[in-house]
Ligand binder design. Sequence first.
Ligand SMILES: [Zn+2]
Length: 463
Amino acid sequence: MQRSVQTPYHKIFNRRTLPPLFFVMTLLITCIGFYYLTNFHYLIIERPGVVVRSRAATNSEGLSTIPEGSKVSQLAHSNNWIKVRYDGSLEGWIPEWLLKDTHLQSDNAITAEFTKQTPVYQEADDKADPITTIPSQSYIPINYEGQGWSQITYEGEPVFVKTEDITIRSTPDVETKLSQEKEKKLSEEAHQKQVEELSNIAIMRKDNEFLYEEASIDSAVVYATEYQQEFTIIDSVSNDEGIDFYLVEDLYGVRGYINQLAISEPVYSIDHRSEPINRNLANATIVLDPGHGGEDPGTISLDQKHYEKNYVLPTAMTLKNTLEALGAKVIMIRSEDVFVDLAERVAISNESKADLFISIHFDSSYDTSFRGITTYYYHPDDDKFAYALNSGLAELDHPNQGVQFGNYQVIRENNLPSLLLELGYITNQEDLSLMQTSEYQQELADGIANGLVNYFDQINLVQ
Ligand SMILES: [Zn+2]
């Protein structure tokens, strides 16, 4: 009889048991492989300023700085810190929040931004109740961050907030932001103060004007005012004829009424630019404002057949072509027969970022012999623009009334250097015949363009 020796080894590993065992082993190795692949994968450090630290905290010892583009093995993950192996053998911790935010320069010089009411703890432990809260919209520098907690100094005491409750910001960035906000607030306050100081001042801008006893040019006169005389505005009144007056007081406390058409108010000049941004016509942008339009005909000829709105438009379009031929850009307030509110004309100009504003009109008078061109300006700073532009118009072989002050809304409330041109009288037969011809319209356009060239020459000479 043959004795077969059956050891325990043979009991486990025989022909029947080996294939399933082999299968189980393969499965196990594959699982371990997957585990390592998913949990100990590599990480490319895609930013500068990453320091490997001995513990998962920004105040722990820095072991090495990892150059940008380096590959590290990821060993563990805890509270937004990653344990890594770098350079084969060096093991330590790097903050995950630093890798995510390229605005941060390093894991130091960091500030907590509080975007909501946030609980504050005595220790880095939320088992105890919070000792207080920090209001939202606050910024506080972080002393150090680690293990999901940020230590800050609040009311002189070192305290802790949960890192997940805050947004970590770069301290220099926060300082820049806060100082810009402060500057903006200060300039707004200065602007507001200027408005308050100037809002009740009126300056006489015409000769041969009067301080009246009543709000009427037919009333008794207190005295004849001086050019540039300053008054304090007490009240605004419109009389029965629709003329606006101010009740004012002079430096000596004498009260009376002045015609609003004869005065300027410095408050309107606060945001007014005294010169164009672009220093030559070829790269300047000009806002052209053909007056009236649509339901507003403007002035009307004696025979009631001719409307101002129908002649300012072709004149402005001719001017547009002339200026564009010289390289300038033109913004038209209207290029067809439509009504545009005065306030909207001003708004378009103020939002345009253009260089200059010119409003185009034709005049009227009860005196039918009145004719010729007048250049109006409102802001004292716009006088040189007015004189330079009118010099181009004065060269034309047509009557010219020169430069005058005009209290018109489109130039008064305009932030650009701005003029209003009255290019002839619709109530004068000769001017009316002229304004209907394309020859006269082209002459006006050339005169205005020459005036603009003179103006740019002048401001460049001064600089
Ligand atoms: Zn007009």
